[in-house]
Ligand binder design. Structure first.
Ligand code: C2E
Ligand code: MG
Ligand code: MG
Length: 639
């Protein structure tokens, strides 16, 4: 009987591999996981690797015991080892496929295809003969060979090559860390196979399998990387992966976001605050049937697979927050709640996070109890906003921004003496998009700064190129949004643009509206001061809309007050409003300021305004806002 001595060391190597894998498995199974498809693919590969090493040892043992065992048992064990070896190569391929085939159906199809090949391989391996090679004295087993071996070898190689090409072809779809980890695993595996092939006394393949798995575990699949260490909840990365998977599977799920921002009372000590946060986290972690995540903005997101459970838990969470926290339950926390009962009103994880961020930033969306419900209508609103953002971005990049001009008539000079510059953008089809569709969005995301500057520059160019004085125009009015006015650099930027175009500052009149906060007002006044020192004049826009009140005129060093269309309409429709406008008019005139009446559409309105002594009239009665060439034609025909 051949001695087992020569092989003892190699079995020890496989045993080391098994121990390593058992240790990894111990840690892996003890951690909290979110049942991602990649986790399942990894676990499948892991178990098959473990099984492969066990069969590796078993095959060596049965070969040395072959005289005591029936021949078919020895063949069966050795062939099973070969089949698992191919299975390991298959698993690495499927692991990559999780990233490539995002749709569940596509992934299943790929799995079925590769499993069928493996099945065919297994049938051939079991049917074809296998031979055993020993050294010259017949005591030490060297290697198995024969057709069975060859089939397993070539199929394994084919899987490895397919894996390699898929990684190259679908580079952009695969998580770069996964690509790197699988490549490392393949290098370890192929090097071990070659080493074993060249020096068939060194049976290292099994051990290499375990090292490969350790690489995948450490680089990618350590469940701890999905955890927020401080709270024990899943982290942002895990949230993105998990929700992305749910969307790709077309699963039904509900989300509840809890936003603690600003809800912690300031009169707590740091210790009390930390203890209370811990208490809340512990409470949240006791909720059943839910995965809890803490996202990049420190919000807590609860993802439920069952809408009914989501509703129940939301109700009990809300009532828990009606009670206090901390010692004696004396601290009350009022977070914002965003509930998305049917997450499928949104189509992907990025949009979901965008929506949550958007709602959080716009606290107007919250009802009194700070609870916001996302339904299909809200989701559609969000998509409209996103489309507007994209359109704006593209329009600014491709210079699809245009300035229209609406002439302003002077009742004293009986001709047009100024115009208001009004921004428009053109969409891809060349249609004009009015500012009502995008100014608010631009203000919310800060794009208004760039857009406003583009408008200002275009007006300066227009003034420069057309010498507006020849048309009898004294100045152009340009709108400034509150966001622009609260930008510290505004005056500096605008002055440098005027200098660049070398236009006299008296041609520019900036329209401001009322700023909400004291801080905004302070910055606005600073900007106004610098620009006025340079020679620019100001108008107060939207007077009579609630945006601008009488006190504001007193505070703001403006030359002109623009009466809004709503106020003018009210004047003609409502007896009482007449008195309000009369009083406002007397006050404004008393302060030696001029008035522009906006939105004058009829002759009757025009005549009334003229009788009232309003200096300037703007409205469709004279002209709608016109494109540059149309405006030049209009104004040259009228002067
Ligand atoms: P606004 O500054 O009060 O401008 C007057 C708006 O009333 C313009 O709408 C104008 O077309 C419209 N209008 C004028 N006369 C009549 C009329 O007789 N009847 C009716 N129905 N409407 C009339 P537009 O161009 O759609 O602009 C809307 C608002 O968008 C502006 O109100 C202004 O607040 C903002 N906006 C426009 N251009 C800019 C810009 O370049 N920058 C900033 N920040 N805001 C702008
Ligand atoms: Mg205006
Ligand atoms: Mg206005």
């Amino acid at each position: 009987m051949p001695s087992m001595k020569g092989k003892i060391m190699h079995i020890q190597m496989q045993c080391c591999g098994i121990i390593l894998m058992m240790v990894l498995l111990f840690f892996y199974t003890r951690q909290k996981r979110i049942s991602l498809n990649t986790e399942r693919a990894f676990l499948r590969a892991f178990c098959l690797n473990l099984f492969c090493i066990i069969l590796d040892i078993a095959s060596i043992i049965v070969i040395y015991q072959r005289e005591r065992l029936p021949g078919w048992v020895v063949d069966f064990v050795c062939k099973s080892y070969l089949v698992t070896l191919v299975g390991v190569a298959l698993c690495s391929l499927l692991y990559i496929c999780v990233d490539i085939y995002v749709r569940k159906e596509d992934y299943r199809k790929a799995v079925r295809r590769y499993e069928l090949i493996t099945l065919g391989d297994a049938v051939l391996v079991y049917m074809l003969p296998i031979y055993y090679q020993f050294d010259e004295d017949g005591t030490t087993f060297l290697v198995t060979y024969g057709p069975s071996n060859l089939v397993a070898f070539w199929v394994a190689i084919a899987f490895l090559v397919a894996n390699f090409f898929l990684m190259k072809k679908e580079k952009n779809k695969i998580n770069p860390r996964r690509r790197e980890a699988v490549l490392t695993w393949m290098v370890v595996w192929v090097s071990a196979a070659m080493l074993q092939y060249c020096y068939n006394r060194i049976l290292v393949l099994g051990f290499a399998c375990s090292i490969g798995m350790a690489v995948l575990y450490l680089k990618l699949e350590n469940p701890e990387t999905n955890l927020d260490r401080q709270s024990g909840m899943f982290n942002h990365g895990a949230l993105v992966q998990y929700v992305r998977q749910l969307y790709s599977e077309g699963a039904e799920f509900s989300v509840l976001a809890v936003i603690f921002e600003r809800s912690f009372r300031r009169n707590m000590t740091r210790g009390q605050l930390e203890a209370m946060k811990m208490e809340i986290v512990e409470y949240l972690l006791t909720i059943q049937d839910v995965f809890i995540f803490k996202n990049a903005e420190d919000e807590v997101l609860l993802v439920f697979r069952d809408a009914v459970r989501a509703e129940e838990e939301t109700r009990s969470l809300l009532s828990r927050f009606d009670e206090g926290w901390g010692e004696d339950r004396r601290f009350y926390i009022r977070p914002y709640w965003i509930s998305i009962p049917d997450a499928n009103v949104i189509s992907n994880v990025e949009d979901m996070l965008y929506l949550i961020r958007d709602i959080r930033q716009d606290s107007r969306d919250f009802s009194d109890d700070s609870f916001f419900h996302v339904d299909r209508q809200k989701a559609e609103e969000m998509y409209r906003k996103k489309r507007t953002e994209q359109l704006l971005l593209e329009a600014m990049e491709k210079d699809w921004v245009e300035v229209f001009y609406q002439p302003i008539y002077s009742t004293k000079e009986h001709r047009f003496t100024s115009a208001e510059a009004l921004v428009r953008i053109r969409d891809e089809e060349g249609n004009i998009v009015p500012p009502g569709a995008f100014i608010e969005v631009a203000e919310q995301n800060g794009m208004i700064l760039k857009l406003g500057e583009m408008v200002f520059e275009k007006v300066c160019r227009f003034v420069k190129l057309n010498n507006i004085r020849q048309y009898g125009l004294h100045y152009i009015e340009i709108n400034l949004s509150v966001v622009q006015c609260s930008y510290e650099q505004l005056a500096e930027d605008y002055i440098s643009i005027m200098e660049r175009y070398d236009i006299p500052s008296e041609f520019i009149n900036l329209e401001i509206t009322e700023s909400a906060s004291m801080e905004e007002k302070r910055i606005l006044l600073n900007n106004m001061k610098s620009l006025m020192d340079y020679g620019v004049k100001f108008s107060l826009d939207d007077f009579g809309t609630g945006q601008s009140n009488l006190n504001y005129i007193v505070d703001m060093p403006v030359n002109i007050v623009k009466f809004d269309r709503d106020m003018i309409n009210a004047y003609f429709e409502n007896g009482k409003a007449k008195y309000v406008m009369d009083a406002a008019m007397h006050m404004v005139h008393g302060m030696n300021l001029e008035i522009v009446s906006e939105g004058i559409e009829t002759k009757e309105q025009y005549e009334t305004m003229e009788e009232l002594g309003i200096s300037y009239i703007q409205g469709y009665y004279f002209s709608k806002p016109l494109s540059e060439p149309q405006f030049l034609e209009f104004i040259s025909g009228s002067c």
